[in-house]
Every structure is written in C-alpha cells, then in structure tokens.
Design a protein around this ligand. Structure first.
Ligand code: UT7
Length: 331
C-alpha cells in the first residue's frame, strides 16, 4: 500500500426535472401509492425525457463539479463512469462525457457493475491516485433507468428512476480519504437480475424487441434476500475490520434500492436513522447514481474527519463497502 490516500474533494449531482409520482404510476399499472411507499420507501422518481442519454446527466454533473471545485477541465487525468445504461454499447459513455466537458487530457472508460457501479468506480479511481501517477480523477455514477424499464411491469417500473452524481478525487492533504474497501461479485446472480437481449448472446432482433427482452428482468424477492443479507454483512465487516463502532461511524451512505434493505443494514451496524443518508423517497433507485446523489444531498451536513461507510448491492451480483474519512467541511 502506498501512503498516498485519495480524498473526495467535491461532489455534484444532476436530476432531471420531470417527476413521476406514485399516484401517476397507479394510473399506468395495477398498483397503489401506499403499496409502493410501504414496500420500497419511494414516493416519486425523476425521468429524463426526450432523446437524451445517460451522458447528458453525467455531463451536467461533471460541469457543475468542475465549476464548484474551481477545477480546469484540462487538469483532469482520468474520468470513470459507472453505468449500465450507456448511451451506446460502444464507445464508452465516459469518452463522451470527457469530450463534452472539455476534459481533453483525461483518458476515460466505463465500469459496468450495476448498482455497485459507483463504489467499484470510486475504488478504481482512488487506486489511480494512490499509485502516485494521477492527481485529479472524476468518478461518475449515472443511469437513465427509464430507458430499460417496461412501464407496463408493475414489479420493476415503480422502483427505478434517472439521475447522476460525480465526485472529484485528489491526493489527500492529511489522513482523510478512502481508507479501506471490500468488493465482491458473483455471476451466479445473473439469472435473478439482467437484461435478456441486446448483448452478444441474444442480439437485438424484432422478436426480442417486441417480446420485451430489452427491459430489466428482476426476480424481486430473490434479489431482495441476497441484498438484505450481503449489504448488511459487508457493511458490518468493514466496520469491524477497521475497529469502528456504531458511535464512531458518523454516516452510512447506502445504495438506495429499497428502504427495507437500508433499514436492515443500519440495524446490523447498530446505527440510528439520523446517521443514515436517505433520498430514495424522492429519486427511487437510480442504480449507479444513488450514492453520489446521497453525498450531494447531504454534503452540507458532512464535516472533515467524519467516518463514512458507503455500501451497495446490485446486479451481477455485485456488492461491497468502503470506509472513507470525509475530507472537508460541507457548506
Ligand atoms: O438495486 C438493484 C437490486 N435490486 C434490489 O435490491 C431490489 C430488491 N427487491 C425488492 O426491493 C422487492 O422485492 C420489490 C420492491 C421488488 C418487491 O417487493 P416485495 O415485498 O418483495 O414484493 P413481492 O415480489 O414479494 O410481491 C408481493 C405481492 C405479490 O402479490 P401476491 O402474489 O402476494 O398476490 C406481487 O404480485 O405484491 C405484488 N406486487 C405489487 N402490488 C402492487 C408486486 N409489485 C407490486 C406493485 N404494486 N407495484
């Protein structure tokens, strides 16, 4: 391990204007607002309308981040986008975002780890800083889930939304920054959560387009069981491994998939609700977007030296947890 630590030195989010409420969904599919709120914690989600892709939201977040941190785009060394809804199969969405934001000296690539996309990308970006080779890395989590959701399927359309968030990573001036991480994956989870067509196994054709195979397929209950056990356990494990207690952890930053999964994770860690970041009620599950959007929403409450546990579980399966010491006082 090098003694350079990577710190988050700024965060910015972007959410589309259009709001899709539980009440509106109840006019589209056989559901009711009370079911959605009580089973998931979601009241509304944002939808990016028109012919705009994931990169549109990521670009807005990155532009805001550069302005807010007073960073020149030419000084960015690397830009990573965690996403499962890239603008195109190729090139990478990160390539488009880097060009559009003037990060002309950065190399850029996407990471596909579904709901763990942001934490996988954050760890990857941090290691580039720790190597000593790179000084400024932007990590984005962004998904336009509405582009792969079937709005006649009540089991998935109530859960997901669109959004993006971006952070700047720089070498830490002190002991704050990314301290530890545990990342896991298990491809055996594919059968419970995936998109059936559009890949090399089942390329797009009229039959699978009309058959609805280009939408998210999820066996909700099965995914729930894996998520609730693994996200809670990995969050507890990283706490224990770093000698942290429910007193010394200041914040849990959980992936926002279902409030019941978040509650179970907080309970396993012994954390009260006021230490848990929550915005699922407003944005739903934005996949790779949820964690940077939480950091953005709660930035003003964060203090230098705060102990954050960031954790996620998602398609793959992929899951993990990060222990990060926050590097600046939020305003
Ligand atoms: O972020 C990526 C990883 N994904 C996740 O972490 C998601 C994990 N899964 C979940 O969050 C939950 O499983 C869901 C929110 C997807 C579903 O909640 P659930 O409590 O597991 O519901 P269920 O699938 O067990 O279904 C219970 C009942 C069923 O009716 P019957 O068979 O009991 O009559 C469903 O048909 O609820 C029904 N149902 C609905 N009812 C009203 C399912 N979706 C809806 C709906 N509105 N939207």
């Amino acid at each position: 391990m090098s003694n350079i630590r990577a710190a988050i030195t700024g965060v910015q989010g972007f959410i589309p204007e259009d709001i899709l409420t539980n009440e509106e969904l109840a006019t589209m599919v056989d559901t009711n607002p009370e079911w959605i709120t009580s089973r998931t914690g979601i009241s509304e989600r944002r939808i990016l309308k028109g012919k705009l892709g994931t990169s549109y939201m990521a670009v807005e977040a990155v532009k805001g981040l550069l302005a807010k941190t007073g960073t020149r785009p030419e000084d960015i060394d690397l830009l990573i986008v965690g996403t499962v809804t890239p603008d195109f199969t190729f090139p990478a969405t990160a390539n488009l975002v880097a060009s559009e934001t003037g990060c002309v000296n950065a190399y850029s690539y996407d990471i596909n780890a579904a709901c763990s996309g942001f934490i996988y990308s954050l760890v990857t970006g941090a290691q580039h800083i720790e190597s000593g080779r790179y000084k400024k890395v932007i990590v984005v989590g962004a998904d336009k889930m509405s582009s792969i959701i079937d709005y006649s399927d009540r089991t998935t359309c109530v859960i997901f939304g669109d959004g993006a968030g971006a952070v700047l990573l720089e070498p830490s001036a002190d002991e704050n920054g990314l301290v530890d991480f545990i990342l896991k994956s298990d491809g055996a989870g594919c059968k419970y959560l995936h998109k059936k067509a559009g890949g090399s196994v089942n390329p797009s054709n009229p039959r699978n387009v009309y058959g609805g195979d280009h939408y998210v397929y999820q066996e909700g209950q099965a995914v729930f069981k894996f998520a609730v056990v693994n996200m809670a356990q990995i969050s507890y494990d990283i706490m224990e491994r770093n000698g942290l207690t429910n007193e010394s952890v200041n914040w849990l930053v959980p992936h926002q998939a279902n409030k019941r999964i978040i509650d179970a994770t907080a309970e396993r860690m012994g954390l009260p609700p006021e230490k848990v970041m929550l915005n699922i009620q407003r944005y739903g599950n934005t996949t790779a977007g949820t964690i940077p959007l939480c950091l953005w929403d709660y930035e003003s409450q964060l203090r230098k030296g705060d102990n954050l546990i960031i954790s996620a579980f998602g398609g793959g399966f992929t899951w993990g947890a990060i222990y990060l010491r926050w590097a600046y006082d939020g305003k």
